[in-house]
Ligand binder design. Structure first.
Ligand SMILES: CC(C)(COP(=O)(O)OP(=O)(O)OC[C@H]1O[C@@H](n2cnc3c(N)ncnc32)[C@H](O)[C@@H]1OP(=O)(O)O)[C@@H](O)C(=O)NCCC(=O)NCCS
Length: 215
């Protein structure tokens, strides 16, 4: 069996949203909102259609990645455009076979060709350090509320791409999810049980809490 990566088309949207839902369900919290985030993201001016990919196996979508434009509000008083990667999802039964890594690498290569400087994201250090990201703190990049966060990672797309670009990472407003609308959207999918207290949720809480003030 051969996994193929290709650009997403509108005909894939619902299947990719379902892959996202299956991957994130109960992962960070009971249930998840990432499939709704993906749904609304595609209508946002920050969405980058050229960086919207699916991983396909025998005509079935098993993985997906999307990106939005974001920026570093630089300490030099300038706004530096970067990319925010995610959500990235692989169906649970296809995880740990390199598909997530291929989706991330495909995004980085295409983004580099498009002239983007860097990709940033919030995620698990165990995974993203393995995928070639570094802690954003190493480049002096903080959260929008000016904290160093363990979950914030960066990958420069060429040597020195962010040299001299310290500042605050600001994601698109699309990430402020309307929970009520997300709940309504989720009802369009098959029912799934929400479970609290699973190991991945506890790990996420620890990572999310690992923030420290500047200085
Ligand atoms: C994160 C995710 C996209 C990774 O996709 P994947 O195809 O499983 O990842 P890959 O096969 O490319 O890489 C797996 C390797 O990463 C490393 N790794 C470390 N932590 C990991 C984790 N929590 N999940 C998966 N891999 C992890 C391992 O070394 C693993 O290799 P191994 O299986 O030989 O030990 C997928 O697990 C997923 O959809 N998870 C749920 C949604 C999610 O958390 N998305 C990211 C949000 S920031």
């Amino acid at each position: 069996m051969e996994i193929k990566l290709r650009p997403e088309t509108p005909a894939d949207y619902r299947e990719a949203e379902n892959v996202t839902r299956e991957a994130f369900w109960n992962h960070y919290s009971p249930g998840c909102n990432e499939h709704y985030l993906l749904h609304v993201m595609r209508g946002s001016p920050a969405f980058v259609p050229e960086l919207d990919f699916v991983a396909e196996l025998d005509g079935r979508i098993v993985g997906h990645v999307a990106c939005t434009r974001a920026f570093v509000e630089g300490d030099d008083g300038r706004r530096h455009e970067v990319l925010c990667l995610g959500p990235v999802s692989v169906l649970p039964e296809f995880q740990r076979r390199g598909i997530g890594g291929r989706l991330i690498e495909c995004t980085r290569e295409t983004a580099r060709d498009m002239g983007f400087r860097a990709v940033l994201l919030y995620g698990d250090p165990d995974y993203y350090l393995y995928q070639g990201f570094v802690p954003a703190e190493l480049l002096g990049i903080r959260t929008a509320d000016n904290m160093y966060a363990m979950a914030l990672h960066v990958c420069e797309l060429y040597d020195g791409a962010l040299s001299g670009v310290a500042g605050r990472f600001v994601e698109d407003a699309i990430f402020d999810i309307d929970e009520a609308a997300a709940g309504v959207f989720d009802r369009e999918f098959p029912p799934k049980e929400k479970v609290a207290g699973v190991g991945a949720q506890k790990r996420f809480e620890e990572i999310a809490a690992a923030r420290k003030p500047v200085g």
